[in-house]
Write a protein that binds this ligand. Structure first.
Ligand SMILES: Cc1cc2nc3c(=O)[nH]c(=O)nc-3n(C[C@H](O)[C@H](O)[C@H](O)COP(=O)(O)OP(=O)(O)OC[C@H]3O[C@@H](n4cnc5c(N)ncnc54)[C@H](O)[C@@H]3O)c2cc1C
Length: 405
C-alpha cells in the first residue's frame, strides 16, 4: 500500500472493495506495462460491503436467466473456488437449502428451480421434507431446493489476496485517498482527491455505496441512485451452533432483490442469522442510529425512494420490527428452524450496508449496472452476488474499459 497518489497514470481504479481490486488485477494482467493505480479512501481495502457480507459463495439460483447476475455469478463462483484453491484460502462448498414452509411459497420455489436450472447451477435439485432433514436435521418445510455448490468464504481475505496479486504484478494501491470530483480533460480524466490531483487516461469507478455520486459528477445520468439498506445479524450461541450444518435460506419475496434472513455457518464455524434489510440514513450505517445528513437528504429527495416506500411500506414495517426486536427476528427464522429459541441467540457486532440502486420509477434494480462516460467505466449497481461474481465481473469491466475511447 502506498500513501501518495501519482500525478498521472494510465488507468485509475477508484474503490478498493472486492470489485475494484479484482478489476485492477484483471487490467494489470491484460496491460502488464501500464501504470495502474487503485485509489481507496479508507486505510485498507474491503472496509465497506466487501468486509461486511454474509460470506456466501452464491451458486446462481435466484437471478433472471440471461441477466448479468445469472451469467457472472455462475462463472464467478466457479472461478472463485479455483482461485481460493490456488491461493490456499478456505472456501468451503458446504451447500445450502432454500426452504418453503407454506403452500403459497411453492410457485416461487418452482420459479427458483426453473431459474437455477436455466442458469446452469451445478447439482441443484428439489428435495422433500425427509431429504431436507438429512441435509439439515433441524430445518423444517414442505419442500426445498438443495444447492450443493453454494459455499462460504472470507471475502476480506479474498480481497487482500487479489490486492497482493495486483501489487506483485507492479500495480499500486493508494489508501487514505478520497476522490472528490472527476472531469474529462481532453484525452484524459482529471481526478481531484484528498492528496491533490491525478490525471488518468482511463478510469474505473467501483465506489460501492458512493458509486452514484462520482458517476453523476462525471456527467452520467442521475438515474439510478444508490440507497443504503442496513443488514443486521444475530449469532447462535456456540453450544447451539449444531442447529445449522451449512446454509438455510427462506423462499425470498419475488418483488425484492434481497434473499431473506438466512442462517449461515461462516468459515470459522460461527452461525450468523440475518441480514435484515432496513432503509437507513447513512451509507456507512454500521450502527443503526448513524445518520449522515447528506446521505439521508439524497435518499429522500430521490423520487424513486418515495415511490419504493409507498410500494413496499409493509415490508419496511416488518424490517423495522426485526431491527428493533430480537424476538421478532428469531420468530422469522423459527419458521424454517422450529427448534430455534430466543435464548439460543446473541447479538452480533457484524452488520453491513447494502448499496442498492433505485430507479426514478421506484423499482429496486435487480441486475448489475455498468455504464460508461468519456474515458470511464462506472459500476453503479453491484449488490449481492457481486462478491461471488467479482472475478467474472472484473473481466466484463476490463472489456468495457478496453472499448471506451
Ligand atoms: C449485509 C450484506 C451481505 C452480503 N452478502 C453477500 C454474500 O453472501 N455473497 C455475495 O456475493 N455478496 C454479498 N453481499 C454483497 C457484496 O458484499 C457486495 O456486492 C460487494 O462487496 C461489492 O463490492 P464493491 O467493491 O463494489 O463495494 P465495496 O466493498 O463497498 O467497496 C467500495 C469501495 O469504494 C471506496 N470509495 C467510495 N467512495 C470513494 C471515493 N470517493 N474515493 C475513494 N474511494 C472511495 C470505499 O471506501 C470502498 O472501499 C452482501 C452485502 C451486504 C451489505
Amino acid at each position: 500500500m502506498s500513501p501518495n497518489a501519482p500525478p498521472r497514470c494510465d488507468i485509475c481504479v477508484v474503490g478498493g472493495g472486492i470489485v475494484g481490486v479484482a478489476a485492477a488485477r484483471e487490467l494489470k494482467r491484460r496491460h502488464a506495462g501500464a501504470e495502474i493505480v487503485v485509489l481507496e479512501r479508507e486505510g485498507e481495502p474491503a472496509v465497506h460491503q466487501s468486509g461486511h457480507s454474509s460470506g456466501v459463495i452464491h451458486a446462481g439460483i435466484y437471478y433472471a436467466p440471461g441477466s448479468l447476475k445469472a451469467r457472472l455469478c455462475v462463472e464467478g463462483a466457479r472461478r472463485l473456488y479455483e482461485y481460493c484453491a490456488g491461493r490456499g484460502i478456505d472456501a468451503r462448498r458446504d451447500g445450502k437449502v432454500i426452504v418453503a414452509t407454506r403452500e403459497s411459497e411453492l410457485p416461487q420455489l418452482d420459479e427458483l428451480e426453473r431459474r437455477g436450472l436455466a442458469n446452469g447451477v451445478p447439482g441443484l435439485r428439489r428435495i422433500d421434507p425427509s431429504e431436507l432433514r438429512e441435509v439439515e436435521p433441524y430445518a423444517n418445510g414442505i419442500a426445498a431446493l438443495h444447492s450443493p455448490a453454494t459455499g462460504v468464504v472470507d471475502y476480506r481475505a479474498v480481497t487482500q489476496a487479489l490486492a497482493a496479486d495486483f501489487e506483485a504484478a507492479g500495480g499500486r494501491i493508494v489508501t487514505g485517498c478520497e476522490i472528490r470530483s472527476m472531469a474529462p480533460a481532453g484525452a484524459s480524466v482529471t481526478l481531484a482527491h484528498s492528496g491533490g490531483r491525478t490525471e488518468a487516461a482511463k478510469v474505473v469507478l467501483c465506489a460501492g455505496p458512493w458509486a452514484d455520486r462520482l458517476a453523476v459528477a462525471a456527467g452520467a445520468d442521475p438515474d439510478p441512485r444508490v440507497v443504503p439498506f442496513r443488514g443486521a445479524y444475530l449469532r447462535l450461541r456456540p453450544e447451539r451452533a449444531g442447529l445449522v450444518r451449512a446454509n438455510i435460506y427462506p423462499v425470498p419475496d419475488p418483488d425484492l432483490p434481497f434473499l431473506g434472513m438466512h442462517l449461515t455457518r461462516d468459515p470459522h464455524g460461527t452461525v450468523l442469522l440475518g441480514p435484515t434489510a432496513l432503509f437507513v440514513g447513512a451509507r456507512d450505517a454500521y450502527r443503526l442510529r448513524r445518520v449522515v445528513p447528506r446521505d439521508l437528504a439524497e435518499s429522500l429527495l430521490w423520487p424513486g425512494t418515495r415511490k419504493m416506500m409507498r410500494r413496499h411500506w409493509r415490508t419496511g414495517v416488518t424490517e423495522l420490527r426485526h431491527a428493533v426486536s430480537i424476538d421478532s427476528f428469531v420468530a422469522e427464522c423459527r419458521r424454517y428452524v422450529p427448534e430455534l429459541r430466543r435464548e439460543d441467540v446473541e447479538r452480533s457486532s457484524h452488520s453491513g450496508v447494502r448499496a442498492q440502486a433505485i430507479a426514478r420509477d421506484g423499482s429496486l434494480i435487480d441486475d448489475f449496472v455498468v455504464s460508461e462516460t468519456e474515458h470511464a467505466v462506472h459500476v453503479r449497481n453491484a449488490p449481492s452476488p457481486a462478491a461471488t461474481s467479482s472475478l467474472a465481473l472484473a473481466e466484463l469491466i476490463a472489456d468495457r474499459l478496453d472499448a471506451v475511447s
